[in-house]
Design a protein around this ligand. Structure first.
Ligand code: AMP
Ligand code: ZN
Ligand code: FE
Ligand code: FE
Length: 288
């Protein structure tokens, strides 16, 4: 049986409601899913209830964008088995949403200066109740004919290095890891390929630095990873005794990846669950 431990709902920038994700997972025959919305746990309870109805194991998650510490690349931290009631986690989430509230008008202002006639209200409508992300802005750019595709919108307007790009990610990775641990969760480095490490030594440096900060695992399988990447990250996980996770990063219509497409084996969740239980029973340990 396969699982998928990385996906987004309408609570952030996915296009499927949390309950709908459970329904799709059941249709695909997945045995477990994790919901990992950007900066919010708002979709977790709905998804958990729907998974229970569908007979699917549910892992409550979150994805936090962290400071990369370098101009290039992005560093995203996944939290698994997080307790949404955790105060430190909610504080970080609120701070991240505040950072978005500061950034979004700045992006719109830059777009307007470039002659792109869209408003923050257009973006809010696109996002509905979800945490606003750049994919929502890209969707508005597409619907108004300013971009041919999501990729085109990022390349020409809002992606890193494009004229309307505004940096947001100021959260130190150590704070994200601590918040995930305080919420009883395990901290996993998302899609390491997106770090854009210069070479294998640089990658190893980033990962060993994160391990010192308490990192529990790395995402080995991801839609952006080539088979060679998967092999490299699997070896790194083995070498540094990190947990391995994997998922599609499904965003519904907003991204060209299918749920379940990474064909992550169920044994991955068994190991993750066992580690979570170990941490819970070890006071003072990460996740405890
Ligand atoms: P945000 O959290 O608002 O910075 O937006 C992050 C989201 O934008 C992620 O879910 C990515 O899938 C998407 N994204 C970031 N960079 C790109 C890119 N160059 N092309 C397409 N999607 C991107
Ligand atoms: Zn996203
Ligand atoms: Fe991510
Ligand atoms: Fe993601």
């Amino acid at each position: 049986m396969f699982i998928d431990l990385h996906m987004h709902s309408t609570a952030s920038d996915g296009t499927d409601a949390p309950a709908e994700l459970a329904r799709i997972a059941a249709e695909l025959g997945l045995s477990a899913i994790a919901l990992t919305d950007h900066d919010t746990t708002a979709g977790l309870s709905e998804c958990a209830a729907a998974c229970e109805r569908e007979g699917i194991t549910f892992v409550p998650g979150i994805e936090l964008s962290c400071e990369r510490g370098q101009e290039r690349g992005t560093l995203h931290m996944l939290g698994y088995f997080v307790d949404p009631a955790s105060e430190p986690l909610q504080r970080i989430a609120a701070e991240q949403i505040e950072a978005r509230d500061t950034r979004n008008p700045q992006i719109i202002e830059r777009l307007n200066r470039l002659g792109v006639d869209i408003t923050l209200e257009d973006v809010r409508q696109q996002a509905g109740d979800g945490v606003i992300g750049r994919p929502h802005i890209a969707a508005v750019l597409m619907s108004r004919g300013y971009a041919k595709s999501m990729q085109d919108a990022f390349n020409r307007y809002i992606g890193y290095g494009a004229p309307a790009y505004v940096r947001k990610d100021r959260l130190p990775a150590g704070r994200a890891i601590d918040a995930v641990h305080a919420a009883g969760g395990l901290a996993v480095l998302a899609h390491p390929v997106q770090l854009k490490a210069a070479d294998a030594a640089d990658l190893q440096q980033v990962i060993t630095d994160l391990i010192k900060l308490g990192l529990d695992g790395i995402e080995v399988w991801h839609s952006d990873h080539t088979p060679a990447d998967v092999e490299q990250f699997r070896r790194l996980a083995e070498r540094f005794e990190l947990l391995m996770t994997g998922g599609s990063d499904y965003h519904g219509r907003r991204k060209d990846v299918a749920m379940g497409s990474q064909r992550v084996p169920g044994s991955v969740l068994e190991e993750l669950t066992a580690a979570h239980e170990r941490h819970q029973h070890a006071p003072g340990k990460p996740g405890g």
